[in-house]
Design a binder for this molecule. Structure first.
Ligand code: 2AM
Ligand code: CA
Length: 267
């Protein structure tokens, strides 16, 4: 494991501590799944427990750093130059339903740029991490995006639309449009962060999803960039800059994928 930088080391420590509790909680969810009560509120408390462990570790080390986290929101609001961006469980619906596909995602942002990040899938024991200029890794291995050039032969993944999305029709139309252009059916795994790191390590060639939050993709962004991929927020959400419409790809299919999405916007 090459976690040379102090920042990466710190988020690694926080993540590993939190993941122990998360794995225990997932075991509990699996049990509750088959009980008549179902997991219900247990999941949101698992989310908060994981988040608390991460935040405590980070604040202990850097008391004045800013934090943006899915459940806790903003901490140390004044510090906008050094921020941790945290998603304690990305893939909450999977977690809730006992589906073993979710991650802890922690990114570090300096002056509005993500400098390093880590995404951990505690069930598959896959740790993805990267720091600007130093490449991207999964566990002990350097990772690279795929070399596929043709959209037609690509493996693509997406997510959404959420049940109350105002763009449901557009999102579904885009899904149909893209489906028609590719040979292998689109994948939908329910964790944006894991989808993007799967592009980073060449399993997928591209991913797109509208209406994500910054914490869903912050850590994934640097991991993908350092693996040779390209990530783009293709349509700015003027009212809320934390909302992101994302295309993440191996770079080579990027323009072709983007053209299928932006074409729809013009109509
Ligand atoms: P979450 O598990 O942290 O909510 C699922 O399609 C992916 O989209 C997950 O990464 C999920 O993150 C993310 N996502 C973000 N906002 C969402 C929303 N409002 N509804 C469903 N998924 C959302
Ligand atoms: Ca998320």
């Amino acid at each position: 494991m090459r976690l040379n930088s102090p920042k990466l080391n710190l988020i690694y420590k926080a993540c590993m501590k939190a993941s122990k509790s998360l794995i225990r909680d997932f075991g509990e969810v699996e049990k509750l799944q088959v009980s008549s009560k179902g997991p219900g509120d247990f999941v949101s408390s698992a989310d908060k427990r994981t988040e608390k462990i991460i935040i405590n570790e980070l604040l202990n080390a850097q008391p004045d750093y800013g934090i943006l986290s899915e459940e806790a929101g903003v901490i140390n609001e004044k510090n906008k130059s050094n921020r941790w961006i945290i998603d304690p469980i990305d893939g909450t619906s999977n977690f809730l339903n006992g589906i073993p596909h979710f991650s802890i995602s922690i990114g570090y942002e300096e002056n509005n740029e993500i400098k390093c990040g880590l995404i951990f899938d505690p069930i598959k024991n896959e740790l993805f991490f990267a720091e600007k200029g130093n490449g991207a890794f999964m566990n002990n291995s350097r990772i690279r995006v795929s070399k596929k050039k043709s959209l037609k032969n690509s493996i693509l993944a997406t997510g959404g639309p959420k049940f109350n999305s105002k763009k449901k029709n557009l999102i579904l139309e885009e899904y149909v449009e893209i489906s028609k252009k590719i040979d292998t059916p689109i994948r939908k795994f329910g964790s944006a962060s894991l989808d993007i790191v799967n592009v980073a390590c060449g399993r997928f060639d591209g991913f797109w999803q509208r209406e994500l939050n910054y914490w869903d993709i912050a850590a994934a962004e640097i991991i993908l960039k350092e693996s040779g991929g390209y990530i783009e927020n293709f349509e700015l959400q003027e009212k809320d800059l934390n909302k992101k419409n994302i295309i993440a790809s191996n770079s080579l299919i990027h323009t072709d994928l983007l053209s299928l999405i932006t074409k729809k916007n013009i109509v």
